[in-house]
Design a protein around this ligand. Structure first.
Ligand SMILES: Cc1ncc(COP(=O)(O)O)c(C=O)c1O
Length: 400
């Protein structure tokens, strides 16, 4: 359609949102579907956070706020980075947006010129390449495959760097694989980055609090202080505090970048919702113990799903360190035919047939830049997970 902008032709709708919507539509039409596509915790927002929002409404905190966030939230963010990551950021270096996604969007819009390259380890969260493209940059993919635990290797990073590289987008624990980098693994990457002063790091630490088996989270500016002046450390309340619908993400970084992002936000969304900001103040400053309790329950679900998937014929599922995703390979199912007569040639064929023939909704790996895999979100009840994994076992067992 001639009316639409050229930039729209560079991008596509989010595959994960599309998969979630398809499962929702089928369910609404009365089909028995188990949705394992959504990237959000099934837990509710804790009551103390809800109460803080209600109190904010009652106090009349219902007006415009500063574009980059209320001072109370920026102070809470600076305190969080000090307390949990050992990072010194002044409140003026902190920035709040309507979700983690707009943080990435604002950062790319504020920095990319045509021809600028952004290194994205693959598999990646679906929005990274499209946001880069929308902002006029060029995504450069560096493969982080199953053989290396889905973790980017220093050699692959170095090979992807060119004089045009502006950013590395780093994500640990990862969506879609759940892979998380240890301090030592991360240090090997930061050692490479130290050699290339023109490359900045956007670290997406959204899943920081969801790690298992005693894993210790680390973030680039903490591991390599020499990168502090060219790192944007991003986080948010969506996943750790079960606040996906509240739309609050935050970050901290060099003041000039933060000011540029504020300019972009001032001409797009303006401030994030005032009420959600007050809820986020309570999330960051209030009791934190429920996070570990919820993480324990995610760990139990991860173990269940990994074990059941590895019993499905043709499926290989590594055990990830964090987040609430697994990223199994379906390579062993390719070239086979389903009971309904569909030939499985790709991971997309696999997930489509799984949905049609067994009513299990997952997202195909090609959408995340690495095939043949699929992503399962295990942020749902144990009962649902058992039922879904039994169906996957049956589906794979019936392939001929
Ligand atoms: C890796 C990663 N980063 C950022 C986000 C965006 O979070 P938000 O919902 O706060 O925009 C998500 C959400 O799925 C994610 O998985």
């Amino acid at each position: 359609m001639g009316f639409l902008s050229d930039s729209l032709s560079r991008i596509k709708p989010s595959a994960t949102i599309a998969a979630t919507q398809k499962a929702r539509d089928l369910k609404a039409a009365g089909v028995d579907v188990i949705g394992l596509g959504a990237g959000e915790p099934d837990f509710d927002t804790p009551d103390n956070i809800k109460e803080a929002a209600i109190a904010a409404i009652r106090r009349g905190e219902t007006k415009y706020t500063a574009v980059d966030g209320i001072p109370e939230l920026k102070a809470a963010i600076a305190a969080k980075f000090k307390r949990e990551n050992g990072l010194d950021y002044k409140p003026a270096q902190c920035f709040v947006a309507p979700g983690g996604k707009p943080i990435i969007y604002n950062a790319m819009m504020a920095t990319l010129n045509p021809g600028d390259e952004v290194i994205i380890p693959a598999p990646y969260w679906v929005s990274y390449p499209d946001i880069v493209l929308l902002a006029g940059g060029t995504p450069v993919f560096a493969e982080a495959g199953m053989a290396t635990g889905f973790k980017l290797q220093p050699e692959a990073l170095e090979k992807a760097i060119t004089p045009k590289t502006k950013w590395l987008i780093f994500n640990s624990p990862s969506n879609p694989t759940g892979a998380a980098y240890t301090w030592d693994e991360l240090k090997k990457l930061t050692d490479v980055l130290v050699k290339y002063p023109h490359v900045w790091v956007l670290t997406d630490d959204m899943y920081e609090h969801l790690t298992y088996d005693g894993f210790k989270f680390a973030t680039p500016a903490q591991v390599e202080p020499k990168l502090y002046d060219r790192t944007l450390t991003m986080n948010g309340v969506s996943k750790a505090y079960s606040m996906t619908g509240w739309r609050i993400g935050y970050c901290a970084g060099p003041i000039e970048l933060i000011k540029a992002m504020t300019t972009i936000q001032s001409q797009s969304t303006s401030n994030p919702t005032s009420i959600s900001q007050w809820a986020a103040v309570e999330a960051l400053n209030g009791p934190q113990d429920f996070i570990a309790e919820r993480a324990q329950s995610f760990k139990e679900r991860r173990d269940l799903v990994v074990s059941m998937l590895n019993q499905a014929k043709g499926i290989k599922c590594p055990t990830p360190e964090g987040a609430f995703y697994v990223y199994p390979s379906c390579e062993g199912c390719l070239g086979k035919t389903t009971p309904a007569g569909k030939l499985i040639e790709t991971d997309k064929d696999f997930v489509e047939a799984l949905l049609e023939e067994e009513g299990v909704a997952v997202v195909h790996g090609e959408a995340f830049g690495l095939a043949p895999f699929f992503r399962i979100s295990y942020a749902t009840s144990t009962e649902n997970l058992v039922k879904a994994c039994e169906r996957i076992q049956r589906f794979c067992g019936n392939l001929r």
